[in-house]
Design a protein around this ligand. Structure first.
Ligand SMILES: Cc1cc2nc3c(=O)[nH]c(=O)nc-3n(C[C@H](O)[C@H](O)[C@H](O)COP(=O)(O)OP(=O)(O)OC[C@H]3O[C@@H](n4cnc5c(N)ncnc54)[C@H](O)[C@@H]3O)c2cc1C
Length: 321
């Protein structure tokens, strides 16, 4: 039992950005790093996994690039069998959540999800820190040195590792899952879907926006400023914006250059998804709102008045309407 197995998620054949972050976390722990991936074109996918620190790539060939959690589980089991790692690191994502715990149970591995920090105890035992009780408390979990652990790491906490390695690539086989009565044929992207994790600037609206009709103003300001439109959970729960706009513990985690929060109180579940933003600006009528504790710039003001002013200024700046 030695070294770290990084299970890299592939999305339609492309190695996900989270893989480079997992490699940084693995490097922090020390030891050999093997990166495992599942793809239809293992050669193309392996070429995207040349992260500095990775010594070896274990590639499992899939029949197609459609995500299949059962096949991913079989592939992960084959990789664990092959590497016999001290720890398996995976991204805490909707995909890994579908099969990681089951594999940990079957392979008798320790398990923790939503890990935000890793360390070695004095004895060299692996320690993982994860928030519990909605983030009110951080639990420190120590895994026995003799028992491997499978850990799902929160995304965008570790910086991505640089590329540049030329790891040895080895193909390993995984058993195809038995045919099922229901077969997954394809994934379709939702129309108008957003990926806020790629936005450099985010304007986010909270319940303070008051009514759904007002959201269009903020959407227009965001468009003019070249920003993505984010939201707090009540806005999504009310059906005012679709789920991909939600930022926070049960939404996406973002780290833009600029995050502007309009009418968002700053509940810890929202902060969990945006507090690593480089510059946070908050507009709220309540001077005691918790958002001001993380904001670099705060305005105690009515968001609708600020929106009017912003709209005028963005127009003056000659931005396209
Ligand atoms: C398990 C769990 C998971 C959760 N996950 C998430 C999550 O992923 N993301 C998330 O956002 N929340 C999440 N929540 C909900 C979270 O606890 C808060 O309820 C939520 O973030 C509050 O959203 P808000 O700030 O928009 O609304 P509120 O807390 O109601 O705040 C509205 C703010 O708007 C201000 N305001 C009102 N009118 C104006 C105005 N005209 N101008 C300026 N300011 C104004 C008010 O002063 C207030 O501060 C979760 C909760 C739980 C229990």
């Amino acid at each position: 039992m030695s070294g770290i197995l990084v299970f890299a998620e592939t999305i339609e054949g492309r190695v996900a950005d989270s893989a480079a972050q997992l490699v940084t976390a693995a490097t922090q722990l020390g030891g050999n790093i093997t990166l495992g991936l599942v793809a239809a074109d293992t050669t193309a996918a392996s070429q995207q996994a040349s992260f500095s620190g990775v010594g070896k790539v274990l590639a499992v060939r899939a029949a197609s690039d459609l995500y299949d959690h059962k096949f991913n589980a079989a592939a992960l089991r084959a990789m664990i069998e092959n590497v016999k790692p001290e720890a398996v690191l995976m991204a805490w994502s909707i995909r890994s959540a579908a099969f990681a715990a089951g594999v940990a149970e079957e392979a008798d591995l320790g398990y923790a999800s939503d890990v935000i920090a890793l360390d070695r105890g004095e004895s060299g035992a692996l320690t993982a820190i994860r928030p519990v009780y909605g983030g009110k408390v951080h639990a420190e979990l120590e895994f026995s040195k003799d028992a491997p652990a499978l850990l799902l790491l929160r995304q965008d906490v570790w910086a991505p590792a640089a590329s540049g390695a030329t790891p040895e690539v080895k193909e390993v086989a995984a058993p195809e899952p038995a045919a099922e009565r229901i077969r997954h044929k394809e994934f379709r992207r939702p129309e108008g879907g957003v990926d806020l994790t790629r936005s450099d600037i985010i304007f986010a609206v909270g319940r303070g926006v008051g009514e759904p009709e007002k959201i269009e103003t903020f959407a227009e300001i965001a468009r003019r400023a070249g920003a993505g439109l984010g939201a707090s959970r009540p806005v999504v729960d009310a059906g005012w914006l679709p789920a991909p706009h939600q930022i926070g513990q049960t939404g996406v985690t973002v780290k833009p250059r600029l995050y502007v929060a309009f009418g968002i109180s700053g509940a810890m579940q929202h902060l969990a998804g945006m507090q690593s933003s480089a510059k946070i600006v908050a507009v709220n009528t309540d001077p005691d709102a918790a958002i001001f504790e993380v904001a670099h710039i705060g305005a105690v003001a009515d968001i609708h008045e600020v929106a009017e002013e912003l709209m005028a200024r963005l127009q003056d700046a000659g931005r396209p309407a």
